[in-house]
Design a protein around this ligand. Structure first.
Ligand SMILES: Cc1ncc(COP(=O)(O)O)c(C=O)c1O
Length: 373
């Protein structure tokens, strides 16, 4: 072992700690029922069309993946219009896989990447993995991206600016006006990565329309996922939309057969299921509204969310203690220290009965457990 040469940058990479599993908490606390509201998955199961397509593709599981990648890219190109073709799309093993490819493709030779202090941790983890420098810009006082500060952090050696809208873990968006101003000022040697994994849940009409910039051939990469709103988190399908030249370049970092036809077939089929997509979106939007007002009624300070989760700040007994008390009662939520927020908890929207049971339990804890840590 000691004779091996380890990459010091890799050794410094913080391990991504995933949300805890239902089985783990059932065993630890001897609980029959555990509700997971921790990983921003869709609370609604997959579309029946997606299940059927995956089962059909299973018949071919002995073959390496084949045509499904092109089929999905052409379907996405048709959906988004704007003159896009399959050349503008790249499919990943989840959006995370694409984040890896993009970071690997642009971060080399001592470059730096700019990111917020409270955002999806993979930007930081991947930049460090590929030996880049992380330039971290704090969110503003309203927990929103500080785009002026982001511009100020860019220098000649900046490769990627990671933006996330709606941002995980705040749920706050970047508006069209903010993004337009940013795009007027950002230098041309920088890749602007717009992580829009939660895009399907946005209802605010002022949300930035980043695809227009991709269509103009600007250095913008838009990231989307089938994990959050299509109920396919376990199948691992994400995609990026970029000018064809950028997509072609990033393709060099793609592993052969990075996604299965089973997963891609399911993703394709779920795009066709309008009834499912509307039902699952409505379930989440109703649940989000319910959480926002229920948390406010409990005197918890929430951040206005455009995603499938709601984050509240400064619970009286501290976020670590409250997370533990919720776990003991069968509710898994996300304490946000790893996401760069102190004393905050993110709660993913569940099914209506899960949301109600959660609020009831939270209320009970706040009333009975007092303030002491
Ligand atoms: C902002 C953001 N980007 C990307 C991802 C990864 O999504 P996927 O499951 O498609 O890898 C997540 C998942 O939590 C996320 O919150």
């Amino acid at each position: 072992m000691t004779k091996l040469r380890f990459n010091p940058d890799l050794m410094n990479v913080p391990l991504y700690v995933a949300g805890r599993s239902i089985q783990e908490i059932q065993e630890k606390f001897g609980l029959d029922k555990v509700v997971k509201l921790a990983s921003n998955e869709s609370p609604v199961g997959p579309s029946p069309l997606a299940i059927q397509a995956a089962l059909e593709m299973m018949e071919e599981a002995h073959r390496y993946p084949g045509v499904a990648d092109g089929v999905l890219r052409r379907k996405l190109a048709k959906k988004f219009g704007r003159g896009f073709t399959e050349e503008n799309f790249l499919i990943g093993n989840g959006a995370t896989d694409l984040l890896r490819m993009i970071t690997q493709a642009f971060t080399f030779d001592g470059g730096n990447n700019v990111m917020a202090d409270a955002t999806f941790p993979m930007y930081h983890i991947l930049t460090t993995t590929f030996s880049g420098e992380c330039r971290v810009v704090p969110l503003d006082a309203n927990h929103r991206f500080n785009l002026d500060g982001t511009l100020a952090a860019i220098d000649d050696d900046t490769r990627i600016v990671f933006l996330c809208t709606p941002n995980n873990p705040t749920g706050a968006i970047i508006t069209q006006g903010e993004f337009d101003r940013f795009m007027r000022a950002v230098p041309e040697h920088v890749v602007v990565l717009m992580d829009e994994s939660y895009h399907d849940y946005v209802t605010d009409p002022s949300h930035a329309e980043s695809l227009a910039y991709v269509a103009q051939g600007r250095n913008v990469i838009v990231l989307r996922s089938f994990s959050k709103s299509s109920g396919l988190a376990n199948l691992r399908v994400g995609y990026m939309i970029a000018p064809a030249e950028i997509a072609e370049y990033v393709r060099h970092a793609l592993m052969p057969f990075n996604t299965s036809d089973i997963a891609l077939g399911a993703a394709s089929a779920s795009m066709d299921d309008d009834e499912y997509n509307e039902r699952q979106r409505k379930t989440v939007l109703d649940g989000r509204e319910y959480f926002q007002s229920a948390f406010a009624d409990l005197d918890l300070q929430t951040i206005s969310s455009q995603a499938n989760f709601v984050t509240f700040l400064s619970p009286p007994m501290g976020s670590a203690r409250l997370t533990e008390l919720l776990l003991q009662r069968g509710f898994i939520v996300r304490e946000l220290t790893m996401f760069g927020m102190k004393n905050a908890i993110r709660v993913s929207v569940g099914l209506p009965e899960e949301n109600e049971a959660f609020v009831e339990t939270l209320k009970n804890i706040l009333e009975t457990e007092g303030v002491a840590a």
